[in-house]
Design a protein around this ligand. Structure first.
Ligand code: UDX
Ligand code: ADP
Length: 463
């Protein structure tokens, strides 16, 4: 088998950037990215590169260099599956909101739909690559579905988990620490692995491409994210201790991180981690462990989530306490809504949880984020079951300009570490606010001394 055409189902944060790079690095292969969402596909095809569905530094340049040449976006799912030798599944796998495993297990509805679709329309042998983060043993489920419903064609399933982090996706794809490919340890399984290795080796050194069995690959993704999230929860748990003792978490982090065995990354204390992966993957790990009767293992990882929830709530509580125990009818400005800088993604962002907490205390929120739209902010609140009366009664106001967003505000809460916040004219901002004017820096990005000199009361995390 030779790979001439690749089809990727799902044109989101993973599928879009990944396929753009695969196409750019493999000019001989045609890459078709398909999605059920027509509006999304239109935006991927639009000449307005500022308005792609995914904001990611460097993405627009790559898309414009290959789109229409060997990278195509379309809603014609059946045709593109049928004509491709390799099919990536990059659809969303949110945490289940119903039934068995509610709030913990991954919802595999979309993955299953993809598997059925592939089985239904395929006329020739296919390699199916699971790209979405999936619980261990999903490949087996996909294999069962396609083998049961297929038309006698052969399917090989590979696991090729995504390690890109949003905001740095293009660099992570271009120079990955490693590419992981898991497959069946049979002759045809190994052949399929080899074909995918070939695609990546167009730009990734062979020594960075790791091949494993299917389950190792699936479990490695969950584990890598759990380890990263665990570091943040560890440091965040210490931030509370710092606040009680007068230690400074940034100094502690630096001191810990200089131990080469620990290393400096992922030790930045914050209002809590967000994003589509960490919480979901840990919950998956917890769920799998529980299902296997490994209660101690489940409790161990669950604690990472408990600390993260605690950190978000603590941040809200701090605002409340500093404003004399009540924020009712007080304006609070949010700088940042995305779960981290350089992305327009707000899934599981700490901002949503803090907003809900403050709205329940009857605050008025004036929100500014450089890349997240008002529509998205309101839909995030709705999804978290925030009372829609707050929105109808204009308790949530989204603004396009940071200087407007601080008007008559009692406090600013920094939820995302956007670089532009550092360069603001903080004196001008101070003048527009009610006094005493507070800054709650959930990312510790501002210099305490300079904003205190302007007149602000500054509260960072863990210092
Ligand atoms: C993560 C993994 O890093 C990536 O490998 C995987 O493929 C998908 O999940 P992502 O969710 O895009 O990527 O972002 P990441 O950079 O890991 O940040 C996750 C959250 O942790 C963000 O909310 C971020 O602000 C927070 N964080 C990160 C901290 O609070 N402190 C840190 O030191 C690092
Ligand atoms: P991720 O971060 O995993 O990429 P996204 O939500 O950004 O998640 O992207 C997933 C995409 O998959 C969405 O655009 C969604 O419309 C698409 N999708 C979900 N189910 C299907 C399906 N059965 N067929 C085609 N596309 C699908």
């Amino acid at each position: 088998m030779k790979i001439n055409n690749i089809c990727c189902i799902g044109a989101g944060y993973v599928g879009g950037p990944t396929m753009a790079i695969i196409a750019q690095k493999n000019p001989d292969i045609n890459v078709y990215v398909v999605d059920v969402n027509q509006e999304k596909i239109n935006r991927w095809n639009s000449s307005d590169l500022e308005n792609l569905p995914v904001y990611e530094p460097g993405l627009a340049e790559v898309v414009s260099s290959v789109r229409g040449k060997n990278l195509f976006f379309s809603t014609d799912i059946d045709k593109n599956i049928r004509e491709s030798e390799m099919i990536f599944i990059s659809v969303n796998t949110p945490t289940k909101t119903y039934g068995d495993g509610k709030g913990m297990a991954a919802d595999l509805t979309y993955v299953e739909l993809c598997a059925r679709k592939i089985a239904e329309v395929s006329r020739t042998d296919k390699i199916i690559v699971e790209k979405s983060t999936l619980p261990v043993k999903t490949a087996a489920a996909i294999k069962n579905i396609v083998d049961e419903t297929g038309n006698g064609v052969n399917f090989q399933i590979l696991s090729n988990p995504e390690f890109l982090a949003e905001g740095t996706a293009m660099r992570d794809l271009e120079v990955p620490d490693r590419v992981l490919i898991g497959g069946e340890q049979t002759e045809s399984g190994k052949k399929a692995i080899e074909l995918l290795v070939e695609i990546y080796s167009s730009w990734v050194p062979k020594s960075n491409i790791l091949t494993t069995n299917l389950w190792s690959s699936e479990l490695s993704k969950l584990s890598a994210n759990a380890f990263l999230a665990q570091r943040i929860s560890s440091v965040n748990s210490l931030s509370e201790l710092c606040e009680k003792t007068g230690a400074n978490i940034d100094e502690v982090s630096k001191a810990i991180g200089m131990d080469s065995r620990i290393g400096s990354k992922f030790l930045k204390s914050s209002v809590g981690f967000g994003g589509s992966c960490f919480q979901k993957d840990i919950l998956n790990l917890v769920y799998i462990s529980k299902s296997l009767g490994l209660n101690e293992v489940a409790d161990y990882w669950n604690q990472v989530i408990i600390i993260n929830d605690h950190q978000k709530r603590r941040f809200g509580n701090n605002i409340l306490k500093s404003l004399h125990g009540t924020v009712a009818n007080k304006k609070i400005t949010f700088f940042g809504w995305a779960f981290k800088k350089n992305t327009n993604d707000s899934r599981e962002s700490a901002a949503i949880y803090v907003a809900k907490q403050l709205l329940n205390e009857k605050a008025i929120l004036q929100i500014y984020d450089p890349k997240v739209s008002e529509k998205q902010i309101l839909s995030d609140l709705k999804n978290l079951n925030v009372d829609m009366d707050f929105i109808n009664n204009k308790k949530v106001i989204c603004l396009n300009n940071p200087y407007d967003a601080v008007g008559d505000s009692h406090a600013i809460a920094i939820l995302t570490e956007w670089d532009e916040f550092i360069d603001y004219d903080w004196k001008k901002i101070f003048e527009k606010m009610k006094k005493p004017a507070f800054i709650f820096d959930g990312r510790n990005i501002l210099d305490r001394e300079s904003v205190e000199n302007v007149g602000f009361v500054y509260k960072g995390i863990g210092n």
